[in-house]
Structure formats: C-alpha cells, structure tokens
Design a protein around this ligand. Structure first.
Ligand SMILES: [Mg+2]
Length: 383
C-alpha cells in the first residue's frame, strides 16, 4: 500500500462565544481573543493507492497559510510514493527519517506543524489497516472527560463570573480561563462552587519577577494550574522560580521537540506538561513526551485548541492517560458542526471505527473551504 496523493484543506468555520467585540484591536495573536469570529483549521488527507484515506491536522490559525506552504513544498514531497506504515515501528521509523531530513528547519514552527499533520494522518491509516480505533490500538479507554477552555472575556470580572457559571451549569466542573487580571480570576473562583477546578492560561505575558508576584497573589485561589506565566516561554529556570510561589504551573505547548520538554523536567519547572499534538510532531512525538513525563512523574494534560482531526488525535491520547486527565475543548459553539463530536459535553465517547474516526460532513467541508490543494507525483493543483 503506497501513498498516492495528499490533499491540504484550509477551513474557516464561524463560532459563537457569547461576548462583545473588543474595544480596540489586539496587537498580539491569541486563539482566545475576542476579535475572533471564525476558527481556521488546516487539514491534510493522505490517500493510499488502495483507496484508504487518513486525516491529519497541523497548527494552526493565522499561521495556516505558512504551514500549508511547508506541507506543499517540503513535507508532502518526502511522503509521496512511500509505503504506508503497517506497524507502529514502521510509522516511527518513517517519521524519524522525515524529521532528520528536515532538521535544519527547526524543532518547532511551521515545518514541524506540517510533519505533525502527516503523522496524525498516518496513525489514522495505521488504525484502519489494523482494524482498530486509535484509543484501543494505544491501550486506552473509549470514554474520556472534557474540560472547558473559555475564550478571553477581556478581564471583565462580572462577565467572567457569568461565563464560568454558564459552563458550570452545562456540567463542566473543570474550567480554564484566558484572563490575566486578579479581579477577573478571583470573580470566577467566587462564582464557582468549592469543588470546581479552575485553571488560568495567561499566554506568556510577564517577566519572572512579575509572574512570581502574580503567582503569590493567586496562591490563595487554589488554582488547578497557572499556564505559561513567563516570557519567553522557554525560560525554564524562570518558570522553576515562579513555581516556588506555591501555584502549580503548566507549560509545553510551545516547547521545541522532546528536548524542550526535557529542559522543563530537568529544571522541575512545571507540575503539568502540555504537548500539543498538531505542533510537537503528531501522535508519535506526543507519545514520546508522555513516556518521558512518566519517568519524571510529571502530569501530562495535552494542549488542544483544535477543531479538526487534531482534536480527535488529542482525545485518543487522553484516552491512554489516567481517567482524571481531561481533554481541553474550546468553550464555544461552532455553527455549523463539521462533525458530531464538536457538540461538546463533559464526557466524550470516542468513535469505535478503526483509526481516528474523523468523519467530517462533506457539504460543510465544501462550503467552508478557504483553499484546497491536491498534491501527487505530477505536482500540486488547486481543487
Ligand atoms: Mg495555553
């Protein structure tokens, strides 16, 4: 079975998050920003000459056009005509070869995101070949819990309190904010029952001293974790210092390769690591991070702000982790729903179809496609 052609599909789907538009435009890109009304997804579809198709997703959002170009010019040509891996070992070897060939282009960034998309699609094909859903192939369970990752509500305490109450009423008892000010975070804590678990993702805004001050102040709120408090995100020594203030820390979505995670482990910088399947190198690389984290006894909670095959890939990974580890899902309503699992509730029953089980609605896919490229041995053309 050979890889005959690969498609690259960029989608943009509207969503509703029940919030007012921002007073002034954001200067830094953030997936949780109030300015966003549509979510972009970058999908790949790998086709075999026997008629199987495997889906993958690469990071992401405003970077999609760049990742798409990395797929088209660098990554996909390496895979066309290759034998589809029919074992985990063969898949790992094929990805290692591709990673080595492309090593000059970074351990993180668009080339790595493109490799991640291919890896996920090859896992989808492997599961189909072996006749097993990925959660089963990886030794996991079928049902997992979800946590609600709220978009930013501009640090407005009343609005943040209203939104966490809404999510709690919908059954989400573990929630994450994207707010940076104490008043907004404290308002969320006060609005929730004591048994709720509340995390806060601040997206790398502070110096180590500022982050330490915030962590000290937040210690009384008993957060599940404070995520990426320090700029730059790979300042592992700085994170380790902030961690001493008593608030648990999480990071890893921006770590570069396994050694980026190793640096976090070695410095005892975090309580939770967050490999991001569509950034880190796909399922293969995420599994390696999980294995290393276990040897350091650090908890793994995958990062997931994905809406396509990447969300299901993250779900299959979570299915292999202890039952208290929850899948991150964006607390927004997509309209229309590209596939049924996007209608989030606090538990998710994974598909029992072989592979990833990603089955997008063909009509919605077509209507919301921004660009669609078909690449085979003859070259690339727009569909
Ligand atoms: Mg984050």
């Amino acid at each position: 079975m050979k890889i005959s052609h690969i498609e690259v599909i960029r989608l943009s789907i509207p969503f509703e998050s029940d919030r007012a538009p921002p007073a002034r435009p954001d200067t830094a890109w953030n997936a949780a920003s109030p300015a966003l009304k549509q979510m972009e997804t970058l999908l790949v579809r790998v086709q075999s000459d026997t008629g199987l198709q495997g889906w993958g997703e690469g990071f992401g959002h405003l970077c999609n056009s760049v990742t798409a170009l990395a797929l088209q010019d660098l990554v996909i040509p390496l895979f066309l005509g290759k034998t589809v891996p029919e074992s985990r070992e063969a898949l790992t070897a094929l990805m290692a070869e591709a990673e080595k060939n492309l090593h000059a282009f970074g351990r993180s960034g668009p080339v790595r995101y493109a490799l991640s998309a291919l890896d996920i699609a090859l896992w989808d094909l492997l599961g189909q070949h072996l006749g097993q859903p990925l959660w089963q192939l990886l030794g996991g369970r079928r049902e997992i819990g979800l946590y609600a990752s709220l978009v930013s509500y501009n640090n407005q305490p009343e609005e943040v309190a209203r939104q966490v109450s809404r999510a709690w009423q919908a059954g989400f008892h573990t929630l994450k904010l994207h707010e940076t000010e104490y008043a907004a975070i404290a308002a969320a804590r006060a609005a929730l029952p004591a048994e709720a678990t509340l995390m806060v993702d601040v997206n790398c805004p502070w110096t180590v001293d500022e982050a330490s001050e915030h962590a000290r102040q937040l210690a009384g709120l008993q957060l599940g974790w404070l995520e990426e408090p320090v700029w730059p995100p790979d300042d592992c020594a700085g994170l380790a210092r902030v961690r001493r203030e008593g608030t648990p820390l999480a990071a890893g979505e921006n770590a570069a390769g396994e050694n980026g995670f190793e640096a976090l482990f070695e410095r005892a910088a975090v309580d939770v690591v967050q490999p991001s399947v569509a950034k880190v190198g796909g399922i293969t690389a995420a599994l390696r991070v999980i294995e290393r984290a276990q040897s350091y006894r650090v908890k793994v909670v995958p990062h997931c702000f994905y809406y396509g095959a990447g969300l299901l890939a993250s779900a299959h990974l979570v299915a292999t982790l202890p039952p208290e580890i929850l899948l991150e899902v964006p607390y927004i309503r997509f309209s229309p729903l590209l596939y049924p699992q996007l209608d989030f509730s606090p538990t998710l029953v994974l598909p029992d179809t072989p592979g990833l089980g990603f089955n997008p609605d063909a009509e919605i896919l077509k209507q919301h496609t921004v660009s669609h490229l078909h690449i085979d041995a003859e070259g690339a053309h727009h569909v």
